[in-house]
Design a protein around this ligand. Structure first.
Ligand code: F0G
Length: 461
């Protein structure tokens, strides 16, 4: 049933049944907490955060029906009924013959790339998420990002900024197809701003994969949000059901990796799925080493049930309309207030352009970190720096500016209301009006890899 068009307000398509209290600190208390955390937002106690936009992963609110499904969880070691419920729900949308459950997305990546990548291989993707890149590189293979040029420009408006650059993919395959075990497409393109990929582009990637005899896999964490963007923006999709669009996406691929912590609205879980029997056998053998028996992977029976129910809910059109609209609501308000953001709004997050907002802070003084700290101090909002702190360190220990210095405000699913977002808009606008006074930072302590999780900082000047 369509929503009546008579009213403009897109309401949250749920009412609240169980609440979690928020703890209010003063600005002074937050300043003490962030100093004690070495100005690293990952080191805060989450109770000291008012609005937590660090990630949309595993942080969504489960529904009444998901909690009820948890009670159906059957914890039999092998062949649990919960496994069959999960399998059916996955194959309803992604009819791959082999489905291999894992405890989260990166476990699926680790198993797949162990089975098929290795030294001398190269894996193209529109943009690898950081764990995907790390798992490709861990096997000795090379990870190459081939998103269209618009996907790298925060200000460029394009309906499908996550699209693969087909010309560059073709050039790579023409040269090195024998070294490419798989082509990946990430929907939506998280590292590029949560931007969607079009069906037309996926069909183009499929054609190239067919021509060069290379399999195509989806990193499908945010498949439902991507399908909704297709319905909104792609000619020919406007009258299709979301599950039907999803099944076409699946039909174009040979397999997928998945984190159930995103669109399926579970707090934990993931899977790997594919058509190829020999690959599946290799993957299942690795699964048993690290995750568990193939009918539960790294999951409890109750998790399998929660994921199955979440999969049914996340393709609901009322949910998706609200979900994508509420992200756009935040983005549009910030845009109107003159705060530079990655445009257009992505599916799961709004990305603030810290480099544009803090031109007095050079990239090596970490403008994204400066902005993220200020948002916490001022309003208790926790976002995530995606910039030179995360990507600026070379293997030899020297530093260079990342391509962009962003702060991601990721929106957990069904967790915050419009008034929470109105508060976020006020805080970000307030911080932006004082951006010229914000100090840069230096790193005073850091580990050799993935430094953003544990580095400690000090303000400059
Ligand atoms: N692929 C994409 C596109 C992701 O965004 C993530 C996780 C993963 C794979 C890995 O899945 O966390 O279940 O192991 N993204 C989270 C984020 C962590 O905050 O964007 P996982």
């Amino acid at each position: 049933m369509a929503m009546p068009d008579r009213f403009r307000t897109i309401i949250e398509p749920f009412r609240i049944h169980s609440v979690e209290p928020l703890r209010f600190l003063t600005e002074g208390e937050r300043r003490e907490r962030i100093v004690a955390a070495g100005y690293n937002l990952f080191d805060l106690h989450a109770d000291d955060v008012l609005i937590d936009l660090l990630t949309d992963s595993g942080t969504g609110a489960m529904s009444r029906d998901q909690w009820a499904a948890i009670q159906h969880g059957d914890e039999s070691y092998a062949g649990s009924p919960s496994w069959f419920v999960f399998l059916e729900a996955v194959q309803e949308l992604f009819p791959f013959p082999h489905v291999i459950p894992t405890h989260q997305g990166r476990a699926a990546e680790k198993i797949l790339f162990n089975a098929i990548a290795g030294p001398g291989k190269v894996v193209p993707n529109n943009t690898h998420f950081d764990t995907t890149r790390a798992n490709v590189e861990f096997t000795g293979a090379e990870a190459v990002d081939l998103v269209i040029p618009e996907g790298r420009d925060p200000a460029a408006d394009h309906p499908f900024k996550g699209n693969m650059d087909l010309a560059r993919l073709e050039a790579l395959l023409a040269q090195r197809a024998a070294d490419v075990p798989v082509v990946f497409v990430t929907v939506t393109n998280n590292s590029g701003g949560g931007q969607p990929v079009s069906l037309e582009n996926l069909r183009g990637v499929r054609d190239l994969c067919d021509r060069f005899g290379v399999p195509l896999f989806l990193d499908a964490c945010r498949f439902a949000e991507n399908a909704w963007f297709m319905k909104l923006r792609e000619p020919g999709c406007e009258d299709r059901d979301v599950p039907d669009i999803v099944r076409e996406m699946a039909s174009l691929a040979d397999g997928m990796t998945m984190s159930a912590k995103k669109d399926p609205m579970a707090n934990i879980g993931g899977w790997l799925a594919m058509r190829d029997d020999a690959w599946a056998e290799r993957c299942r053998n690795l699964l048993i080493l690290t995750e568990g028996f193939p009918t539960y992977g790294g999951l409890a029976g109750r998790d399998l049930e929660a994921i199955a129910q979440g999969l049914r809910e996340c393709v609901d059109e009322h949910y998706l309309r609200y979900r994508i609209r509420s992200t756009a609501y935040l983005a549009e308000a910030l845009d109107r207030a003159g705060v530079p953001i990655v445009r257009p709004a992505g599916g799961h997050a709004v990305y603030l352009d810290a480099r544009a907002l803090l031109p007095h802070v050079p990239p090596l003084a970490y403008p994204g970190q400066a902005l993220a700290v200020a948002l916490y101090e001022t309003g208790g909002i926790r976002g995530c720096e995606i910039g030179t702190v995360m990507f600026g360190r070379r293997l030899d220990g020297t530093e260079e500016p990342a391509a962009m210095d962003l702060v991601r405000l990721a929106i957990p699913r069904r967790t915050y209301t419009q008034s929470h977002m109105d508060y976020v808009i006020e805080v970000v606008t307030d911080v932006a009006s004082r951006a010229g006074d914000l100090p840069g930072y230096q790193i005073v302590e850091q580990p050799p890899q993935l430094r953003h999780f544990t580095a400690r900082f000090a303000p400059l000047g």
